[in-house]
Design a protein around this ligand. Structure first.
Ligand SMILES: [Fe+2]
Ligand SMILES: [Fe+2]
Length: 291
């Protein structure tokens, strides 16, 4: 993987997304929470400036790219902390407004993953193809399923057909995600074992017996086929979101979905397809367990 090229691809996409998250949070805050409103506005500005800088990076050297990534990681630390504060207030009923807790958790997951992608790039850490495939699929399946639920909840209840279409998508993505979880413990059992460790275990010596008898993740024909099934489902929700965006823009559907949010989730479906195509290429060139 090319460090500079991949850093730019990730930054150009996710910096705009982070900027919009700050805006969406602000729009859903109660108007008397001035401190939170100001922080949301500052974060929107910060990510807007970083996005402009990223757009002006023409053929950056690896050093310049590394410095830029590290600035972005600092900004991500700040927005992740902000999303965490908001979420904790929401789930303890200390904050009103119109942000769903799951929406804040969703956008915090997107920020956490963006930060981890940059940390991996900065430290030259690469995942095994099967592990990477399952991680990407599980991440995007959950995001796409959440989007379907958000659409269903933000449409006017009178839009019965659209609401039930959105809920059908949610169910389809949830079923695929369960299957991905099954495939994960089948084909990447160490991932399951690692999940049982406490989260502050990193950096400590590995106790004996961890990983014993378990293979590294491996590619199988089923895993390759699963990737194409996930891609097909994402293509369908991408088309659904595209028509949704047109309806919202033309005011031909009743909802409280702002056009920018409709566009935001459409772009995320496009990014999911890009990521899943990269995974597909990696799975294609990897040795298969049957080869
Ligand atoms: Fe997002
Ligand atoms: Fe999203």
């Amino acid at each position: 993987m090319n460090f500079v090229e991949e850093s730019l691809r990730q930054n150009l996409f996710w910096l705009r997304i982070m900027k919009e998250h700050a805006l969406f949070i602000r729009l859903g805050l109660p108007c008397d929470r001035e401190g939170l409103i100001v922080e949301a506005r500052d974060l929107e500005e910060l990510f807007g400036e970083l996005l402009e800088k990223a757009r002006n990076l023409i053929n950056p050297s690896p050093d310049i790219m590394r410095q830029f990534n590290s600035k972005v990681i600092d900004a991500l630390n700040r927005i992740i902390a902000f999303k965490t504060d908001i979420l904790n207030e929401l789930i303890t009923c200390r904050l009103g407004g119109s942000n769903f807790p799951l929406l804040i958790d969703h956008i915090r997951r997107e920020a956490i993953r963006f930060r981890m992608i940059l940390i991996r790039l900065q430290n030259d850490i690469e995942l095994l193809p099967a592990q990477e495939a399952l991680q990407e699929e599980i991440f995007w399946l959950r995001i796409m399923g959440d989007h379907a639920h958000f659409i269903a909840h933000l449409l006017d209840p009178s839009e019965r057909n659209f609401v039930s279409q959105a809920l059908d998508f949610a169910e389809r993505f949830e079923t695929l995600r369960l299957q991905a979880r099954d495939l994960e413990s089948v084909e990447a059992p160490k991932t399951f074992e690692n999940w049982l460790l406490p989260e502050n275990f990193l950096g400590q010596p590995v106790p004996q017996s961890i990983g014993v008898g378990l293979p590294n993740s491996f590619v199988t024909p089923r895993l390759r086929f699963f990737n194409s099934q996930v891609k097909d489902a994402v293509k369908e929700i991408r088309n659904f979101k595209q028509s949704g965006l047109n309806l919202v823009k033309n005011c031909t559907v009743l909802s409280i979905i702002p056009p920018l949010l409709a566009d935001h989730i459409l772009r995320e479906a496009e990014m999911a397809l890009q990521d899943l195509s990269i995974v597909e290429q990696r799975l294609k060139v990897s040795d298969c367990a049957l080869n």
